[in-house]
Ligand binder design. Structure first.
Ligand SMILES: *[C@@H]1O[C@H](CO)[C@@H](O)[C@H](O)[C@H]1NC(C)=O
Ligand SMILES: *[C@@H]1O[C@H](CO)[C@@H](O)[C@H](O)[C@H]1NC(C)=O
Ligand SMILES: *[C@@H]1O[C@H](CO)[C@@H](O)[C@H](O)[C@H]1NC(C)=O
Ligand SMILES: *[C@@H]1O[C@H](CO)[C@@H](O)[C@H](O)[C@H]1NC(C)=O
Ligand SMILES: *[C@@H]1O[C@H](CO)[C@@H](O)[C@H](O)[C@H]1NC(C)=O
Ligand SMILES: *[C@@H]1O[C@H](CO)[C@@H](O)[C@H](O)[C@H]1NC(C)=O
Ligand SMILES: *[C@@H]1O[C@H](CO)[C@@H](O)[C@H](O)[C@H]1NC(C)=O
Ligand SMILES: *[C@@H]1O[C@H](CO)[C@@H](O)[C@H](O)[C@H]1NC(C)=O
Ligand SMILES: *[C@@H]1O[C@H](CO)[C@@H](O)[C@H](O)[C@H]1NC(C)=O
Ligand SMILES: *[C@@H]1O[C@H](CO)[C@@H](O)[C@H](O)[C@H]1NC(C)=O
Ligand SMILES: *[C@@H]1O[C@H](CO)[C@@H](O)[C@H](O)[C@H]1NC(C)=O
Length: 652
C-alpha cells in the first residue's frame, strides 16, 4: 500500500486561487449564498473550471446490467430468533459501528478555529448519528499524528497549526502543532454531542515520544477518550523513510513495548489499558504482528486491535507512484458484493483471534481508495452503496467498528467537507455520499448494543442483490436489501419476499429507502425521502419530508413482499406484534410502486433513528426551505442546546 495522501499543503497552495474562484463564481444551480457576497456577484457559470476534488463533478456511466441478470423475485426465509440461527451471526454490534477518522491537519476547517468557535454543521452531522446510535466515534489522527507536537499557545487561540515537517513522505504531510485548546475543543464538542474520541500518540521518534496528547487527552476528555493509537501504519514506516529499510513487525512490537514503558513511567497518565495497535495497512498482515506475541505480551495495555486498509491504491494521479486506475473501469469493482467480502476475508482469522483475546477488532481508517479516492466513484450513490455493504460485511465479519477517513478539500471520498476556513461565511458544507452510509448503518444497528448481523446470501448468492438480517435482543428486527444495478426501465427492480420461520410476519412492516436515479449520481440522494443537500448547501440537517413506506404483509401466507428498485438500498423494520398493535398507520397501503405511503415522524418512535425530535440541532423537520433562515435557526439552537457551552458561529 502506498500512502493515504491527506495532506494539506497543496490545499494551502491552491488556497489563494480557490478563494478567488469561490468568490467570483457560483455554480448556476445549487449554491446558497448568504449575505453580502463580495463584489455583489451572485451567480456566474463555471462548468468547466477544475474544482478541488471534494467538489468534483465527474459523473461516470453506470455498469451494464449483468447477463444473465439476477432473478427479480426471491424469498428470504428468516429464523424469528437468533437462538435458532445455526451459524454465522456476528458478535453484538453497536450503532456506533461506522465512525469517522479525521486527519489532524484538517480539524481547523472541520471542527473550528478554537474551543469557543465550533462549526455548527459538524455538530449537526454528528448529532444525526448520535440520535440513532447513542454516540458517535471519531478518531483524530492519521499520517499527521506522527509528527505532532505541543506548544503553549498559538495566535487567535488556535487549537491547531501546521508546519511542513516530513520531507521524506511524498504526501508532504505537515506536522501538526497543537495547544491545550485542542482538548478543550474536543471536550466542548462532546458536551454538545455524545462524541467519543480516539487519539493517536506521536510515534516518529522513539527517543522522544511526546506524551502530551495522552496526558492532556486523559485529563480533559476522561471517559470520552476511547483509546490511543500507537503507530499509524507501521508497515509503511520503512517506505516513508520513518524507519530503516529492515524495520520489521518485531521492531514495531518492541517499540510498542517502549511506549508502554514510557506511559507507565508518566505519572500524568492514569489510564493504563487504552492502547490500540498495530494499525497495519496490508504491507504486513496482522498475523505478521500476532506472530511476535504482540497480543499476549501487551494484553494488559491493549483496549482494541486495529488495522487500516483502502481497497485500491490511487496515488498515481497526484503523485505519479503506483499505476494508473481508470475510474470508469474501476467503478464496477465497487458495485457488487464481492468487494466487501474480499476486503474482509484477510481479516477473518484476526477477528477470531481478537474474540479469543477479548479485544474489539477495529478498521481504524478506510475509504474507497488511498490518496483521496476516485472521481465519480468515491462521491457517488454507488460509492455509498458500496461503503454501506462493506460496513455491514465488516460487522458480519466481527469487526467492532470502522472509521471512514476524512481529508481536506483535495480528496474525493470525504463523508463531509467544510469550505476553506476563510470563505466559510459564504458557503455551506458539502456532503459526500458515504456520509449516508455511516448514518444508515447507525439505523441498521440501532442503539441497544445487541444487534447481530448475518449475510443472507439469498437470490442464489447474486453479487448484485446482497441482503442481511439483523437480530436485536435476540429477535429478528430488521432486513437490509441492496440493489447495485441501475435500470431506469424498472426491469431490474426486484421483490424480496420475507417469510419468518418459527413465527409469523407482522401485519405490516416499515421500510426506509436509500435512493438515487443512478449509481453514478452525486446529488439527489435521499434517505427516507430526505436529503442533506448538494455542494455547498449542507448545514447538517435533513431537508424534506420524512418518507417511510408501510408495506402490508400477508400474515396467513406469512409473507412480506419488499420492492427494491435498481439502484436502491432498503432497510425493513419488523416490529414485534406488541409494538405493531400500538402503532397505527393511516396510510398503510401496499402497492407495487415505490414510496406510495408516507408516515409521520412521530410513529417512528418504535424504530431506531428518529428520536431526536426534541432537539433542534438535529431536527429532521427543518420547517423552512429558506436556507439562510434555517442557518440562523440552527445556530440559535446550538447555543440553546449547548446549555453551559456557548457555540459561536458568526452570523453575517
Ligand atoms: C482566503 O485566504 C487566502 C489565503 O490566505 C487569501 O488570499 C484570500 O484572499 C482569502 N479569501 C477571502 C475571501 O478572504
Ligand atoms: C475531476 O477530477 C479529475 C481527476 O482529478 C479531473 O481530471 C477533472 O478535471 C475534475 N473535474 C472537474 C469538473 O473538476
Ligand atoms: C477563537 O477563534 C475565533 C475565530 O477565529 C476568534 O475570533 C477568537 O478570538 C478566538 N479566540 C477565542 C478565545 O475565542
Ligand atoms: C519527530 O517529530 C518532531 C516534531 O515534529 C520533530 O521535531 C523531530 O525531529 C522528529 N523526529 C524524527 C526522528 O523524525
Ligand atoms: C469550552 O472551551 C473553553 C475554552 O476555550 C472553556 O473555557 C470552556 O469551559 C469549555 N467548555 C466546556 C463545556 O468544556
Ligand atoms: C533498523 O531499526 C531497528 C529499530 O527500529 C534496529 O533494531 C535495527 O538495528 C536497524 N537496522 C539497521 C540495519 O540499522
Ligand atoms: C491465524 O493467525 C495465527 C496467528 O498468526 C496463525 O498461527 C494461524 O496460522 C492463522 N490461521 C489461518 C487459518 O490463517
Ligand atoms: C465485483 O467486484 C470485484 C471486487 O471488487 C471485482 O474483482 C469483480 O470484477 C467485480 N465483478 C463484476 C462482474 O464486476
Ligand atoms: C463471528 O463471530 C461469531 C461468534 O464467535 C461466529 O459464530 C461467527 O462465525 C463469526 N463470523 C465470521 C464471519 O467469522
Ligand atoms: C451501549 O454501549 C455504550 C458503551 O460503548 C454505553 O455507553 C451505552 O450505555 C450502551 N447502551 C445500552 C443501551 O446499553
Ligand atoms: C433530481 O431529481 C429531480 C426529480 O426526480 C429531477 O427533476 C432533477 O433533475 C434531479 N436533479 C439532478 C441533479 O439529478
Amino acid at each position: 500500500m502506498l500512502p493515504h495522501c491527506v495532506q494539506t499543503f497543496p490545499v494551502m497552495l491552491l488556497f489563494a486561487f480557490w478563494s478567488l474562484f469561490l468568490v467570483l463564481t457560483v455554480r448556476a444551480a445549487g449554491v446558497t449564498v448568504y449575505g453580502q457576497i463580495p463584489l455583489g456577484i451572485t451567480s456566474a457559470a463555471s462548468a468547466t473550471a477544475t474544482q478541488p476534488a471534494a467538489y468534483n463533478t465527474t459523473v461516470l456511466n453506470p455498469p451494464e446490467i449483468p447477463n444473465p441478470a439476477p432473478a427479480t423475485a426471491f424469498t428470504l426465509s428468516l429464523q424469528s430468533t437468533s437462538a435458532s440461527v445455526s451459524s454465522g451471526l456476528s458478535i453484538p454490534i453497536k450503532g456506533t459501528f461506522f465512525g469517522f477518522s479525521i486527519e489532524m491537519s484538517v480539524i481547523t476547517q472541520l471542527f473550528g478555529t478554537n474551543s469557543s468557535y465550533l462549526q455548527v454543521p459538524l455538530l449537526n452531522l454528528l448529532a444525526n448519528i448520535q440520535e440513532r446510535a447513542g454516540a458517535v466515534h471519531v478518531r483524530v489522527g492519521g499520517n499527521t499524528q506522527e509528527f505532532a507536537f505541543y506548544v503553549d499557545s498559538l495566535p487567535e487561540d488556535r487549537a491547531i497549526s501546521k508546519q511542513k515537517a516530513d520531507t521524506n513522505n511524498p504526501t508532504q504531510t505537515p506536522a501538526v502543532i497543537y495547544t491545550m485548546d485542542l482538548f478543550y475543543m474536543l471536550a466542548n464538542i462532546s458536551a454538545l454531542v455524545n462524541v467519543k474520541w480516539y487519539l493517536g500518540v506521536p510515534f516518529n521518534d522513539t527517543s522522544d515520544f511526546r506524551l502530551q496528547i495522552v496526558e492532556f487527552g486523559e485529563a480533559v476528555l476522561g471517559d470520552n477518550l476511547l483509546g490511543i493509537q500507537v503507530g499509524n501504519e507501521p508497515d509503511l514506516y520503512s517506505a516513508h523513510q520513518h524507519r530503516n529499510s529492515s524495520y520489521s513487525p518485531q521492531n514495531y512490537a518492541n517499540e510498542f513495548g517502549e511506549m508502554v514503558a514510557a506511559l507507565a513511567a508518566d505519572s500524568n497518565v492514569p489510564v493504563r489499558n487504552n492502547l490500540i495497535g498495530p494499525s497495519v495497512s496490508g504491507t504486513w498482515s496482522p498475523e505478521d504482528v500476532w506472530n511476535t506475541g504482540f497480543i499476549t505480551q501487551y494484553t494488559e495495555s491493549l483496549s482494541a486491535l486495529s488495522v487500516e486498509h483502502y481497497p485500491t491504491d490511487n496515488c498515481f494521479p497526484e503523485y505519479g507512484i503506483g499505476v494508473y486506475h481508470d475510474p470508469q473501469t474501476e467503478f464496477s469493482d465497487f458495485l457488487n458484493h464481492t468487494s466487501g467480502v474480499a476486503l474482509c476475508a484477510p481479516y477473518l482469522n484476526s477477528t477470531k483471534i481478537a474474540q479469543a483475546a477479548g479485544k474489539p477488532f477495529l478498521m481504524f481508517e478506510t475509504n474507497s481508495a488511498s490518496c483521496g479516492g476516485f472521481p465519480g466513484i468515491s462521491d457517488s450513490f454507488g460509492g455509498a452503496l458500496w461503503a454501506l455493504d462493506y460496513g455491514l460485511q465488516m460487522a458480519y465479519s466481527n469487526f467492532s467498528g470502522a472509521m471512514l477517513h476524512i481529508g481536506g478539500q483535495n480528496v474525493f471520498y470525504n463523508p463531509f467537507t467544510a469550505p476553506p476556513t476563510n470563505v466559510s461565511r459564504f458557503f455551506d458544507w458539502t456532503i459526500g455520499a458515504v456520509y449516508y452510509s455511516a448514518l444508515i448503518s447507525s439505523e441498521v444497528f440501532g442503539s441497544t448494543n445487541t444487534s447481530q448481523i448475518i449475510d443472507l446470501q439469498g437470490n442464489d448468492g447474486s453479487i448484485y442483490t446482497p441482503q442481511y438480517a439483523i437480530y436485536e435482543n435476540g429477535a429478528l428486527a430488521r432486513v437490509a436489501l441492496f440493489n447495485y444495478m441501475t435500470d431506469p426501465s424498472g426491469k431490474n427492480d426486484y421483490t424480496a419476499t420475507i417469510t419468518v420461520v418459527g413465527g409469523t410476519v407482522p401485519s405490516s412492516v416499515q421500510v426506509k429507502y436509500f435512493l438515487s436515479d443512478s449509481v453514478s449520481t452525486k446529488d439527489n440522494i435521499t434517505w427516507a425521502g430526505q436529503t442533506l443537500g448538494g455542494i455547498h448547501e449542507v448545514d447538517g440537517r435533513f431537508q424534506g419530508t420524512l418518507k417511510i413506506v408501510s408495506i402490508s404483509c400477508d400474515t396467513s401466507a406469512n409473507t412480506c413482499p419488499i420492492p427494491v428498485q435498481a439502484p436502491a438500498f432498503a432497510l425493513v423494520f419488523l416490529t414485534t406484534p406488541a409494538n405493531v398493535a400500538t402503532v397505527t398507520f393511516s396510510t398503510s397501503v401496499y402497492t407495487a410502486t415505490k414510496n406510495t405511503a408516507t408516515v409521520a415522524a412521530s410513529v417512528l418512535a418504535t424504530s431506531n433513528g428518529m428520536s431526536g425530535k426534541d432537539w433542534e440541532l438535529g431536527s429532521t423537520s427543518s420547517g423552512s426551505n429558506n436556507a439562510a433562515q434555517r442557518r440562523a435557526r440552527v445556530e440559535y439552537a446550538a447555543v440553546l442546546g449547548g446549555a453551559a457551552v456557548v457555540v459561536l458561529k458568526l452570523l453575517l
